[in-house]
Structure formats: structure tokens, C-alpha cells
Design a binder for this molecule. Structure first.
Ligand SMILES: N[C@@H](CCC(=O)N[C@@H](CS)C(=O)NCC(=O)O)C(=O)O
Length: 216
């Protein structure tokens, strides 16, 4: 059985959990105590991931990291959600890079600082991140205005990657999607309808934490 290392606040882990569930592949969740510094521990990095990040997926003797690599591996292995043919597969890869660089990365950092960070965030840093998010969300919204899924006619791992943080409560990020990005909002409803979708807090290990710095 697959073993998925992560924690419930991690949208990057949720990307993989959602795909495994959509593929009807059971997995054992392995809790990583990120909030108490587990991924910064030298021993953890030695044995789990030298990059100091979750998700980590154990597929038998193979240990995989980077959600984009894991999603691609699972799509190839199970022959689903990978895109049809070379052109679509390259297009999927293009959006995986965009997601990792500009979409998930700014949003996840913003949400973490605002909801779970160790100290009150600097409003100027939040404002800068927000301006980057506005641009990235605008690009994805425009792309989705004329199509149902990011690539081709059916969901692919590009969708699973980009949506990873967007099913968490609004109170954590304070970043309104519904009113501002209608095509993203409609796409999220389509993804929610994929059999296997579940609330991240229902399927990933760890304790829920009340958002801390929401007034900033
Ligand atoms: N590009 C990586 C990002 C993974 C990532 O940032 N994971 C977070 C938790 S959601 C983490 O472990 N961060 C540790 C750190 O930045 O020190 C992926 O997609 O897997």
C-alpha cells in the first residue's frame, strides 16, 4: 500500500491524497509534525527528504518527493489523469511548473503566514504576495474561462496540482476566490464532483489549528 507522509494543513500533500483517492488507491497516511519543525530535523531530512519538504510518497521501495513528480508518477503508473498524447502531457507539465512557481507557492506562503506563522506577518510582505497571487489567479481564471479543465477535455494532474490549497476554509487565507475569479470557482465545483474528492481535513493526518493572524 502507498504511504503518504504529510499533514492536514498541507495542500501539497492534499494534491496527492486527492489523486490517490480519485484513482481508488488506498494509502496509509504518515503524520509529519511540520508545525513543530519535523521537516527541519537533520535526521528527518537524512531519511525522508533531503529537500526538507512534504509530501513524500512511498511506493514500495521507492520514495518519491515533489508533488509534481509524485502526481506524474501516479498518473503514468495507473494510466489516468495524465493527459492524452505527447502534446497534452507537455501542456500538463507546463501548468505543473506554473503552479509550483507562481500559483500554489505564493498562495501557500500567504496562507501560512496569515493563519499558522509563528509571528504576526508584515503587512507589506502580505501585500506583495497578494499582488503576485492576483496576477497568477487572473491567468488561471482567464485560461479556465473557455474550458472545463486546465488541459484537454478531462481532468489531469494539472488540475489536481493547481487546486491543492483551494478547498481549505476561506478564514485561513482570507483570499476570496468565488466573487473575483468566477471561472476558477466553477472549475472548483467540477473538481469537487470527481469521485474521491474529500475535505483535506477529513483525509490527512494531524490536528486542525485555528487561524492565528486573520486580522492582518
Ligand atoms: N514544490 C514542492 C513544495 C512542497 C512544500 O513546500 N511543502 C511544504 C509543506 S506544504 C514544506 O514541507 N515546506 C517546508 C519548508 O519550506 O521548509 C511540492 O510541490 O512538493
Amino acid at each position: 500500500m502507498y504511504r503518504l507522509h504529510g499533514f492536514c494543513q498541507s495542500g501539497n500533500t492534499f494534491k496527492v491524497a486527492f489523486l490517490l483517492r480519485a484513482l481508488q488507491q488506498p494509502f496509509e497516511p504518515v503524520f509529519v509534525d511540520f508545525m513543530r519543525g519535523a521537516t527541519r530535523d537533520a535526521g528527518w531530512r537524512e531519511t525522508a527528504n533531503e529537500m526538507g519538504e512534504v509530501p513524500v510518497l512511498d511506493d514500495g521501495p521507492r520514495r518519491l518527493t515533489q508533488s509534481g513528480v509524485i502526481l506524474t508518477h501516479l498518473a503514468r503508473k495507473h494510466g489516468a489523469f495524465g493527459g492524452q498524447g505527447d502534446e497534452e502531457q507537455q501542456e500538463v507539465l507546463r501548468w505543473l511548473f506554473f503552479d509550483n512557481h507562481k500559483f500554489t507557492s505564493y498562495f501557500a506562503t500567504y496562507r501560512f503566514m496569515r493563519a499558522f506563522g509563528p509571528a504576526a506577518p508584515d503587512p507589506a510582505v502580505l501585500a506583495w504576495l497578494r499582488s503576485r497571487m492576483d496576477v497568477a489567479f487572473g491567468i488561471v481564471d482567464k485560461h479556465l474561462a473557455s474550458r472545463e479543465f486546465m488541459v484537454g477535455a478531462a481532468p489531469t494532474v494539472a488540475d489536481f496540482s493547481l487546486c491543492g490549497y483551494l478547498f481549505y476554509p476561506l478564514a485561513e487565507s482570507g483570499y476570496e476566490v468565488a466573487g473575483r475569479f468566477p471561472a476558477i470557482a466553477a472549475w472548483l465545483e467540477r473538481l469537487r464532483a470527481i469521485p474521491g474528492w474529500a475535505d483535506p481535513y477529513e483525509v490527512l493526518p494531524g490536528e486542525r489549528i485555528a487561524p492565528k493572524w486573520v486580522a492582518v
